[in-house]
Design a binder for this molecule. Structure first.
Ligand SMILES: [Zn+2]
Length: 411
C-alpha cells in the first residue's frame, strides 16, 4: 500500500467533525487530535519550520528548497482537517473495494444501504479501479482528508528523495473549513508562500479557479396581529407577506433549476407567525455584475412591499460572505496552466470548472494568497455515499510532487 492510502486510512478514523453552532475556535476540540498527529508525523519525516497553532488549530510546515534552488518562488499546499457537520464522522470504518466492477456496492447489508451506480452514474468512470467506501452509517472524510493525505505523502516523498529538485514548499492544514471559517485565523505572513493550491476538490482532473460571489440575507417581516374576527382592514399577516416577497424573486433562479455558472436566490429557512416572520436567504453568482444585480433586486422587492404595506414592514440585513477568487486568479493563470499541463503528462484530461460554492481559497486569494483548488480523487462529499479512488489519489500525490518540481528555479 502506498503512503497516500496508508495516511488516508489512518486519518479518516479520527473524528474531526466541525460544528456550525459552536462559538469556540476551533468549533470542536477534537480537530486537535488530527492536528497533533500531523505535527508529530511532520516532525518524524524531517519537515522544518513546523508550527502547531494550539490556539486556533492550524498546522504549518516547510520542506526546504534543495541546494541551489533557494531563490525559487515559495509554493504552498493547503487542505482542511475537519469534516462536514451534515453527516457523522465518528467511528468511520473505511473499506477498500478492489477492482470495482462498475455496479452497485452494498455498503451495509444489515441496513440495506447501497452505493448505487444508477443514482451516482459518475461511478462508471472508475470501473477497474480500487474504491474506498464507508459502511453506510458515516461519511468517509475524503473531503478533505484525501487532500491532507496527498500533501503528507508528497512531503515525505520529497524529504526522502533529495535528488528531486524543488524550491521551498509550505504546507498548511486548517480547521473549520466546512463551516466557512477555515481562513479566519490563517496566518498568511507566517505561511509566507507566494501562491498556493488548496487540495480540496473532487474527481481526478477537476481544477477549480472560480468560486461564487456570495451574500447572506435575513429578511424580517413585521406584521400586525388582530383577532381574526375583527381583522378587516387592520391585520397584516407577515407569513403572507413573506410568501409574496418570495414570489417576486425570479422563480428559476433557484438552486433546483441552476447549474454551471448560473446564480441563484436560495431560501434556507423560514419561521414565523402572523406578527413576525423571519426568512434566511443566500444569494450566489459567479459574475460580479449579476451578483450585484441580484442583491439590488432583493432589496428592491423589500422596498416595493414597504411601499405597499407601510415603511419598515420588511427589513433586510444583508452581508457579503466571500467573493469569486477568479477575480484574483486571472492574474496568476500559471497556477491552473501548470496543473493542467502536468495532469496531461500523467494521462489525465484536465477539466477547469467554476466551483458552485466557496473554498478556503476564495478567502485566502482575497487576503493576498492566490489559491486555486486541485482535485483529490474523492466523490459524493458530505454523504454516507462518499468514496475515494485509490489510483486517483496516488495520481494526485504525483501531481503535487511534479508541481513542486515545476516551480523550482535554479539560482
Ligand atoms: Zn472540503
Amino acid at each position: 500500500m502506498t503512503k497516500t492510502i496508508e495516511n488516508f486510512l489512518q486519518y479518516v478514523t479520527i473524528d474531526t467533525q466541525s460544528n456550525e453552532y459552536s462559538k469556540k475556535v476551533p468549533s470542536t476540540e477534537k480537530q486537535h487530535n488530527l492536528a497533533r498527529l500531523l505535527t508529530k508525523q511532520l516532525t518524524e519525516m524531517g519537515a522544518e519550520e513546523i508550527t502547531y497553532d494550539k490556539e486556533f488549530c492550524y498546522v504549518y510546515a516547510s520542506i526546504p528548497a534543495t541546494p541551489g534552488y533557494e531563490k525559487s518562488p515559495v509554493l504552498g499546499f493547503i487542505s482542511h482537517m475537519d469534516t462536514s457537520p451534515d453527516v457523522s464522522g465518528a467511528d468511520v470504518k473505511p473499506r477498500i473495494v478492489e477492482n470495482y466492477d462498475g455496479g452497485d456496492i452494498v455498503l451495509n447489508a444489515e441496513q440495506n444501504i447501497v452505493l448505487s451506480s444508477t443514482v451516482f452514474p459518475k461511478l462508471a468512470t472508475l470501473r477497474g479501479q480500487d474504491l474506498i467506501v464507508t459502511d453506510g452509517t458515516t461519511l468517509l472524510g475524503a473531503d478533505a482528508k484525501a487532500g491532507v493525505s496527498e500533501i503528507m505523502a508528497m512531503a515525505e516523498h520529497l524529504l526522502t528523495h533529495p535528488e528531486i529538485p524543488h524550491g521551498k514548499i509550505r504546507i498548511g492544514f486548517t480547521p473549520d473549513e466546512e463551516i466557512g471559517k477555515g481562513a479566519d485565523h490563517f496566518n498568511i505572513a507566517l505561511f509566507g508562500a507566494d501562491f498556493a493550491y488548496t487540495v480540496d476538490g473532487e474527481a481526478l482532473g477537476k481544477l477549480e479557479n472560480e468560486t461564487f460571489n456570495a451574500a447572506g440575507a435575513i429578511l424580517t417581516i413585521h406584521g400586525r396581529n388582530i383577532h381574526p374576527g375583527t381583522a378587516k382592514d387592520q391585520m397584516l399577516n407577515s407569513i403572507l407577506i413573506a410568501q409574496e416577497f418570495h414570489s417576486l424573486l425570479p422563480a428559476f433562479q433557484n438552486p433546483m433549476y441552476t447549474e454551471k455558472r448560473e446564480g441563484f436566490f436560495h431560501i434556507n429557512s423560514i419561521s414565523g407567525n402572523v406578527d413576525k416572520t423571519v426568512a434566511k436567504y443566500i444569494i450566489r453568482d459567479h459574475d460580479k455584475t449579476l451578483f450585484l444585480q441580484k442583491k439590488e433586486l432583493f432589496n428592491s422587492c423589500a422596498a416595493f412591499l414597504n411601499k405597499k404595506y407601510g415603511e419598515n414592514t420588511v427589513t433586510v440585513e444583508m452581508e457579503d460572505t466571500y467573493y469569486n477568487m477568479g477575480e484574483v486568479l486571472v492574474h496568476h493563470a500559471h497556477l491552473i496552466e501548470n496543473a493542467a499541463k502536468i495532469l496531461r503528462e500523467l494521462g489525465v484530461e484536465p477539466q477547469v470548472f467554476p466551483i458552485r460554492g466557496g473554498t478556503d481559497g476564495s478567502r485566502l486569494s482575497f487576503m493576498g494568497l492566490p489559491c486555486p483548488n486541485l482535485c483529490t480523487g474523492g466523490g459524493n462529499f458530505h454523504s454516507r455515499f462518499e468514496y475515494a479512488c485509490v489510483q486517483s489519489m496516488e495520481t494526485v500525490t504525483e501531481l503535487l510532487v511534479r508541481l513542486a518540481v515545476c516551480y523550482g528555479r535554479k539560482s
